[in-house]
Design a protein. Structure first.
Length: 286
């Protein structure tokens, strides 16, 4: 896979409007902005019950209301945090989509979107209840960008990798100071997913592979063409030469060649051959 501004359709904009390219990330952001407007209107019109039915709550999800895992991100309040999140999503998501292609980017975004509610649901099974409302994947998406482009200068000429480390550290300290374990779980869950996903997409992770077990041998080693097959030898005796002796001679030939036989051993093998011919059995060849 080639990384960068590829020429395939996956790496190109969905549509051009007056010379401005629009990618899949722009569609995602547009839907989230529309959900923010709809949330504001419903709050004004008293539609709180409807919005409450969309918010994620681990206890309700475990009770069967699984749609909340998907719908929580549609309840977006018009806040500065939401605006910053959308800017980060457009800015860095667009670069990731150009790099990896539309399909891979959408898988990345879907994983970031579902990581937190799935982790909260798992934690809810152990008695740790959590709630979630609104989109909040901008930071993890920026971390994914920083993994790809660690040395790109950003604000105040700080490299992307240092900005990512500083932001993750600040959010971590904030969650610790508030003793908010669920916030910490969400932060490190999404950041960890973003890092692993990007490294895997770039082929920088070598996953362990299970080797297939070798099939059990069901037959004897292939013998030289000059040697009669052991299958034609009688189980009791073959012209004065026992089955065990013939097997030993055949194994010796297989390992060292027919020239390794002594004159006595050749005579035993020849006697077995003549005995078979005397019985009217045609020797088979390997």
């Amino acid at each position: 896979m080639t990384y960068g501004y590829g020429s395939s359709e996956e790496h190109q904009p969905l549509v051009w409007v007056r010379g401005i390219p629009f990618y899949a990330v722009h569609v995602v952001v547009s839907l989230l902005v529309l959900s923010m407007i709809a949330t504001s209107i419903l709050r004004f019109a008293g539609g709180t019950l409807f919005l409450d039915a969309l918010i994620f709550e681990s206890g309700r999800v475990l009770g069967g209301e699984v749609w909340r895992v998907i719908t929580y991100g549609l309840v977006n309040e018009p806040t500065l945090g939401f605006a910053i999140d959308m800017v980060m999503l457009v800015w860095f998501g667009r670069e990731l989509e150009k790099l990896f292609g539309r399909r891979v980017f959408l898988w990345l975004y879907a994983g970031l979107y579902l990581t937190t509610p799935l982790l909260f649901t798992l934690a809810g099974g152990f008695g740790w209840r959590g709630a979630l409302a609104g989109h909040s994947g901008g930071l993890a998406l920026f971390v994914a960008f920083a993994v790809v482009y660690p040395n790109v200068p950003l604000l105040f000429n700080l490299l992307a990798k240092w900005v990512a480390i500083i932001l993750v550290a600040l959010y971590t300290l904030s969650a610790l100071s508030q003793r908010n374990g669920m916030s910490l779980l969400s932060l490190w869950g999404t950041v960890g997913f973003a890092i692993v996903f990007v490294l895997n997409a770039q082929g920088r992770i070598a996953w362990p592979s299970l080797s297939r077990p070798k099939p059990a041998s069901t037959g004897r080693k292939i013998r030289p063409a000059e040697v009669i097959s052991a299958k034609t030898v009688s189980s009791s005796s073959t012209g004065g030469t026992s089955m065990a002796e013939v097997d030993a001679l055949l194994d010796k030939i297989a390992q060292s060649g027919i020239s390794s036989l002594t004159a006595k051993e050749r005579a035993r093998l020849e006697a077995a051959h003549k005995h078979l011919k005397g019985r009217g059995t045609r020797p088979t060849r390997d």
